[in-house]
Design a protein. Structure first.
Length: 185
């Protein structure tokens, strides 16, 4: 496997933006869970999302994509999502199902991804269903933060939609990985 931990692979603007996203996680948790300043927590989550959009744009448009970034960016995304799902689980009991599906999906995807990298020596980016799922998760998180008194039926409906989307996305990734692992490449 290629060496993805070269200085020029790590010290890029997109990767520094992903690092900034990681650094925001404790602040977002503190604002939401300790200070219960939901609007500021949502604002910081929005800033985190903007850095995600910016790092992808910069990486693609200024030829700063790297194998390291293809791994690091989704890790920053998933850790941000996981932190917020755990914060919201304090208020919404059904969130535990989403957290469970999230954990299983990420473990399966990470394991299969490592096998695919080992076999092909290639690190692939996200698939369309993963991007849709990420959007739905962030939309749900945002709505649940901005509307803390939302009727529980609507909140549970949003959580259920995310669960379904996550299962579909996970299935899409598994199918792609199985095709990769089954090929003669």
């Amino acid at each position: 496997m290629r060496n993805i931990f070269k200085k020029d692979q790590i010290l890029t603007i997109p990767n520094l933006l992903s690092l900034a996203r990681l650094a925001m996680i404790p602040l977002i948790i503190w604002l939401y869970a300790v200070k219960q300043n939901y609007s500021m927590a949502l604002f910081m989550l929005f800033v985190s999302w903007l850095t995600d959009v910016a790092d992808g744009f910069i990486a693609r448009h200024f030829n700063m994509t790297s194998d390291f970034g293809k791994i690091f960016d989704p890790v920053a995304d998933k850790l941000t999502q996981a932190a917020m799902l755990f914060c919201l689980a304090i208020r919404y009991r059904r969130m535990k199902y989403l957290i469970g599906i999230f954990a299983v999906k990420e473990i399966i995807m990470s394991t299969m991804g490592l096998f695919a990298i080992h076999k092909t020596d290639e690190i692939r980016g996200a698939v369309w269903s993963g991007k849709i799922n990420t959007g739905l998760i962030y939309l749900t998180i945002g709505l649940l933060i901005i509307m803390p008194n939302m009727d529980i039926r609507y909140a549970n409906g949003l959580i259920s939609i995310c669960c379904f989307s996550m299962i579909v996305s996970g299935g899409h990734y598994v199918k792609n990985y199985l095709e990769t692992l089954g090929s003669d490449k």
